[in-house]
Design a binder for this molecule. Structure first.
Ligand SMILES: C[S@@+](CC[C@H](N)C(=O)[O-])C[C@H]1O[C@@H](n2cnc3c(N)ncnc32)[C@H](O)[C@@H]1O
Length: 305
């Protein structure tokens, strides 16, 4: 049995499995390593081994002057990102993936798409883009002088051509699951995959605002379901998943739920504290997580008068 490891504020601590674990949680705690650290990401990443991470999935700051960041020039932001990305590439397993989830940097009403800006850093490091996933959500700021932004992107890169991709793990229900071939040798047989269809590169999931069950004090969490789909598709049980900007631990939760090893850091102690509380709740079976494939609520059409 491997004991979950946790690092707090730079100190290493071996955390014994809690005594009040439910059976389900106990099974998880016996299998999973969890390393969550309050540290600057470069320092943490440099302590990890080359090629050790099967998936590096993260959402960095967007340089918007949020409470956890200092707005800087775009050049300085780019330089900082390039150092973190370089370190991520060093840590990436030969069959592994990097998923960089970003939105736009906005200055004086002008929009700078961060994925377009950062793409050359990954490409220049020899990675290959496999998908530019559109994550669309229904809510956000209402703009007056441009269309309101309702999506962000995830750039999914692999290190090589031989990469892990478990499509069957993330299939979603087909629109017409009982549709059959109507002619030819397969006439009468189901025409679609009985396991469901490919979820495509457009993902509609609510962002973590207001009444979302996962909402914490963090202003910019991503939903656990978003990361879970990536973890299931791009890693196998027991693989290591790293989030170098882990915030309140959403990536670690997705990794633990799917029986992967979770690594992550954030430089704000309050967020790491919340991450630890959420992980404890997960092991205790009390953490609320929105199901990965739960459809977005559509209000019924208005009755015409
Ligand atoms: C967009 S948020 C990520 C939130 C995360 N995905 C979640 O679900 O909670 C970016 C995070 O990066 C952290 N951060 C910014 N610069 C950092 C650095 N140099 N090292 C570690 N963490 C950093 C911030 O504190 C913030 O929590």
């Amino acid at each position: 049995m491997s004991t979950p490891l946790r690092l707090v504020k730079g100190r290493a601590a071996v955390v014994q499995p809690r005594l009040n674990l439910s059976d389900k949680a106990a099974n998880l705690s016996q299998r999973e390593d969890v390393v969550v650290v309050c540290k600057n990401n470069l320092e943490f990443m440099r302590s990890l081994g080359r090629g050790s991470m099967k998936l590096i999935v993260t959402s960095p700051p967007y340089n918007l002057g949020k409470i956890y960041e200092t707005k800087q020039s775009l050049d300085d932001y780019y330089d900082e990102q390039s150092k973190t990305i370089k370190e991520a590439v060093r840590l990436l397993h030969p069959q592994g993936s990097i998923c960089w989830q970003v939105g736009n940097y906005v200055d004086d009403g002008e929009v700078y798409p961060l994925d377009i800006m950062l793409y050359p850093l990954f490409k220049g490091a020899g990675l290959k883009l496999r998908n530019r996933i559109i994550w669309s959500f229904g809510h956000g700021l209402h703009c007056q002088k441009r269309f309101s932004g309702r999506y962000e992107t995830i750039l999914w890169f692999t290190k090589g051509d031989d990469y892990t991709f478990n499509l069957d793990e993330v299939r979603v229900e087909s629109k017409y699951p009982n549709k059959k071939h109507f002619k030819g040798p397969n006439k009468g047989k189901l025409s679609g995959n009985p396991l469901g269809k490919n979820p495509s590169d457009v993902w509609e999931m609510p962002n973590v605002k207001a009444n979302h069950v996962e909402k914490t004090n963090h202003p910019c969490q991503f939903p656990v379901g978003l990361v879970k789909r990536l973890v299931l598709a791009l890693t196998n049980i027991g693989d290591a998943v790293l989030d170098p900007y882990i915030g309140v631990g959403s990536s670690a939760i997705a990794a633990i739920i799917t029986k992967r090893k979770a690594y992550g850091c954030d430089n704000v102690p309050e967020y790491i504290q919340i991450a630890q509380e959420r992980i404890d709740q997960l092991y205790a079976g009390t953490l609320r997580v929105r199901p990965m494939n739960k459809p977005v609520f559509e209000p019924p059409p208005k009755q015409s008068e």
